[in-house]
Structures are given as structure tokens and as C-alpha cells.
Design a binder for this molecule. Structure first.
Ligand SMILES: *Cc1c(COP(=O)(O)O)cnc(C)c1O
Length: 389
């Protein structure tokens, strides 16, 4: 039988679009072994270093000792354990909302939330750069769904004006965009939601723990009240663990418990993960200096690379996308950096448009001064060799 997959893979290879999984053999804050090579990992969303924090690890270990590993059933059958409820109380208090509901992942939160909110006759307007999980959620909602140009308020307003009589509208955007690192102009979008009586959903996967004076996220950054939007996020980035969440009113929570299929028909996440996430949230609130270090590290790297001549997207976050001419250049640069001991992944279509291939560099609070120097040196060496700078 001819191998029908081989041809498709060869085509991807020819376009420098083939992807492969790299095996991470071990990892710590200073060294990661990927495919036998020791590298500095500059690609993690573990912004505050909490994934390997001893208190977070010990919380998981203690909960495993008490609860075992698997949760044994869906939240609605017998999987809703005390650690899940403590985590939800903790999240609601951190986000200053009435309630929180956790899911197996951020992806599952989005594909459960959107169909629950918008069945039937609604209109969803989503930013073009929204994460795949939001787009999939919008599709699953089986309702009118239009995309507006990235952060283009005039286009959004045009689409808002196409509303059919009394049609409920939901605007969907991200707080911090995951591939560009820029922010949605939430203050202005919020004003539009008032003018048009629309609802707003923000995906704050990259904003939570990072943005705002207390790390509560992008709404806090803009000085907007938590009631201004439905907020979702993930526990897997700054919170350092795993799972997704939605925060809002108690009635929203109860409604989702009764309607969100990605909560109802899947096994609850392990209680130990919930316990670890609760510990991580506590540290985020008790150690604001982590966020200070994160932003200092971000500034050092951004300034260093800019002065070498590298250009970025309009980033305003610890996500530093270094723009490349095309997929091939992004791959060559990523490979050269890897050989120099720095892992920065190349981001190519379909994750980003063809003309905006990039290296997606992220910093964390745990990146040291000498590691930053090493990254800058590697970018200088590789960039010169490939005639990029
Ligand atoms: C990572 C991410 C998600 C998915 O979260 P997971 O918990 O990894 O499934 C959703 N939205 C955005 C913007 C993300 O960056």
C-alpha cells in the first residue's frame, strides 16, 4: 500500500514547514537537555519559574499521597475533589470575581465556553490572531462568526454594525497575544461593548500572573473592573501547572457546569495538579518580586537585541518575537542558536501568516544576568554568520 502520508510530509519539508517533536530529556531553570544537547531554554511560558518551585512540587506530592494520582471520574460524577474547590476559591479571590471554574486545559475551557455562551442566533466577532482554541470554540458554537483585523477597532465597529435586530454579540480577543506579545486595546474595546451592548470574552492565558500591578491580568493592567468581561486563562503558563479556568459570576459558573461539554464529558484533572496550582497562586500573590525580575529580564533582552538591529512585533510583554524574512531563515536561525546552546523555536505557518515568520523568545523571572549575556552573544554570532545583522 502506498504511504499516503509520506507525500504530504515531503511537501511540508520542501516549504520549511515540517514540524517535529523534540525530546526534552531533562530540565531545570539553568539547563535543559534536548536531544542530547544541553541548552538554555528560551521558549517556556513558565514566566515566574513556578513549574519547578519546591513549594509547588511539594503541594502536588502531598496531594498525591492523600488523593492518589487520577481523579477517577468527571467533575459531575465523583471527580470534584476538595483540592479542585479550594483552587477555584483561590482563583476567584485572585481575579476578584465571584466564582471560578477549572477545566482540564485552557483549550478545553475555550471549546466548552464558547458554544455554551453563544448557541444559535448570536454573532461572534473574534480578532484574527486569536488562539486556535478560541477559533475552534467559535466554530463549535455554530452561530454567525466573523473575524476582525488584528486590533483594528474600525473594522470591529463595522462588523458590530452588521448585527441583526436584537442579536446578542460576543467580542472575543486575547489580553496578551500569544504569538505577537502585543496587547488588545481593552479600554477601547470595552467602550465598544458599552456602545453596542455586546459582551466581551478575553483569553488571558499570557496575561495572568504577568500583567497588572498585582499580576491579576490584562484587565487590571487597563484599570478595568473584572466584571467588564468573561475571562478565561490557563494554569499552565505563569501559574506553572496545568489546566484551564473561567472566572466570572456564580451564575455563569453554574450555567457552565450544566452546559459545557468539555467539563461534563471528561475526567476531572488530577487533584494533585489542583493543589499545586493553589500553591502557585499563593506564591504569585506573596512574591511580587518575581514579576519585577521578569520585567527587568525582558527589558535587558529586548534592549540588547534591538541595539544589535533585530526587529520585533509590537510586543509589550515577556514574549519577544524576533521577526525573520521567511520560514527558511527562521529555521536556519533557530538551528544555529541551538548549536550555540540556546533553544528558541521558529514559528511558521499555519501558526502565523507566511510573511511574519519569527523566532519566539520568552524570558522568565529566573533567567539570570549571565544567561541573558549568553543569549545575546548567541544572537550576535548566529545573526552575523547568517548575515541578518
Ligand atoms: C496556551 C494558550 C491556550 C491553551 O491553554 P492550555 O492550557 O495550554 O490548553 C489558550 N489560549 C491562549 C491564548 C494560549 O496561549
Amino acid at each position: 500500500m502506498p504511504d499516503k502520508f509520506q507525500h504530504a510530509l515531503e511537501q511540508l519539508e520542501l516549504q520549511s514547514l515540517h514540524r517535529q517533536l523534540r525530546v526534552v530529556d531533562s530540565t531545570s531553570t539553568d539547563r535543559t537537555f534536548i536531544q542530547g544537547q544541553s541548552v538554555l531554554l528560551m521558549a517556556s511560558n513558565n514566566y515566574l519559574g513556578l513549574a519547578t518551585h519546591p513549594t509547588v512540587k511539594n503541594a502536588a506530592i502531598a496531594a498525591i499521597a492523600e488523593w492518589g494520582v487520577g481523579s477517577g471520574a468527571s467533575r459531575l460524577i465523583s471527580g470534584s475533589t476538595a483540592p479542585h474547590h479550594s483552587l477555584e476559591d483561590c482563583l476567584a479571590s485572585f481575579k476578584c470575581t465571584e466564582a471560578a471554574l477549572t477545566f482540564g486545559s485552557g483549550y478545553m475551557a475555550n471549546i466548552g465556553l464558547l458554544p455554551s455562551l453563544m448557541k444559535g442566533n448570536g454573532l461572534i466577532l473574534a480578532d484574527r490572531l486569536c488562539h486556535a482554541s478560541l477559533i475552534d470554540g467559535c466554530r463549535l458554537a455554530k452561530t454567525d462568526f466573523r473575524v476582525f483585523r488584528h486590533n483594528d477597532l474600525a473594522h470591529l465597529q463595522q462588523l458590530l454594525a452588521t448585527r441583526k435586530r436584537a442579536q446578542p454579540i460576543l467580542i472575543v480577543t486575547e489580553g496578551v497575544f500569544s504569538m505577537d506579545g502585543d496587547l488588545a486595546p481593552l479600554d477601547e474595546i470595552h467602550q465598544l461593548t458599552q456602545d453596542y451592548e455586546a459582551d466581551l470574552l478575553i483569553d488571558d492565558a499570557h496575561g495572568t500572573g504577568v500583567m497588572g500591578p498585582n499580576g491579576r491580568g490584562t484587565l487590571e493592567h487597563f484599570g478595568l473592573a473584572p466584571e467588564s468581561a468573561y475571562q478565561m486563562g490557563t494554569l499552565s503558563k505563569a501559574i506553572g501547572t496545568s489546566g484551564g479556568y473561567i472566572v466570572g459570576s456564580q451564575s455563569l459558573k453554574e450555567f457552565l457546569i450544566n452546559t459545557a461539554r468539555s467539563l461534563m464529558y471528561t475526567t476531572a484533572p488530577p487533584p494533585a495538579i489542583a493543589a499545586a496550582a493553589t500553591a502557585a497562586l499563593t506564591i504569585i500573590q506573596q512574591e511580587p518580586e518575581r514579576r519585577t525580575r521578569l520585567w527587568q529580564n525582558r527589558e535587558r533582552l529586548f534592549t540588547g537585541l534591538t541595539s544589535m538591529g533585530y526587529t520585533f512585533t509590537d510586543t509589550q510583554s515577556p514574549i519577544l518575537p524576533v521577526l525573520m524574512k521567511n520560514a527558511q531563515q527562521a529555521m536556519e536561525m533557530s538551528d544555529s542558536l541551538f548549536k550555540l546552546g540556546v533553544y528558541v523555536p521558529a514559528i511558521r505557518p499555519p501558526t502565523v501568516p507566511k510573511e511574519s515568520c519569527r523566532l519566539r523568545l520568552t524570558v522568565t523571572s529566573e533567567t539570570t544576568l549571565s544567561q541573558t549575556e549568553n543569549v545575546l552573544t548567541a544572537f550576535r554570532t548566529a545573526g552575523k554568520a547568517l548575515h541578518l545583522i
